[in-house]
Design a protein around this ligand. Structure first.
Ligand SMILES: [Ca+2]
Length: 149
């Protein structure tokens, strides 16, 4: 006869499995401390993942993955990763994270202005720079030059 009840041993094994899988998901959270201004991005695990720890990596996460071993403690932040534009938004990772030169080291004070930090793995996250004078401004300039009202 098969019982509908779960034995205490089976329940224990299930609980152990859940704890182990949760530990695996959180296992690489330490890498947030290895990226400048990671807290200022306010995205936590999604700094490197698409939808939380354990989900596929975003473009920035893939570039980090190329520089570390699984669960490895290698230092990956530096001039090379800072110079890359992982998400292809035209802004290098180092500029997005407030450390353009990639000279920040883990444990040091956070570099740059936290309010200017953007997500290096999200192409929709960047601070627009002024690259052209808007039409309204040009109209004002023409009025001044031509003396028109
Ligand atoms: Ca970028």
């Amino acid at each position: 006869m098969i019982s509908n009840k779960i034995s205490p041993v089976a329940a224990y094994i299930v609980v152990l499995g859940l704890v182990a899988s949760a530990a695996t998901v959180d296992a690489r959270g330490f890498r947030l401390n290895m990226v400048p201004n990671a807290a200022a991005t306010a995205v936590s695990c999604n700094l490197c993942h698409t939808s939380g720890g354990g989900t596929p990596r975003n473009a920035f996460g893939l570039d980090i993955q190329e520089r570390v071993t699984p669960n490895g403690q290698e230092v990956f932040w530096g001039p090379e990763l800072a110079a890359l534009d992982s998400d292809g938004d035209g802004v290098p990772n180092g500029v997005e994270l407030g450390d353009p030169a990639g000279s920040w080291t883990a444990g040091a004070d956070q570099p740059g202005d936290a309010a200017s930090v953007t997500h290096p793995g999200d192409s929709a996250s960047f601070i627009e720079t002024i690259t052209a004078v808007g039409e309204a401004t040009w109209a004002s300039v023409k009025v001044i030059i031509r003396g028109q009202q």
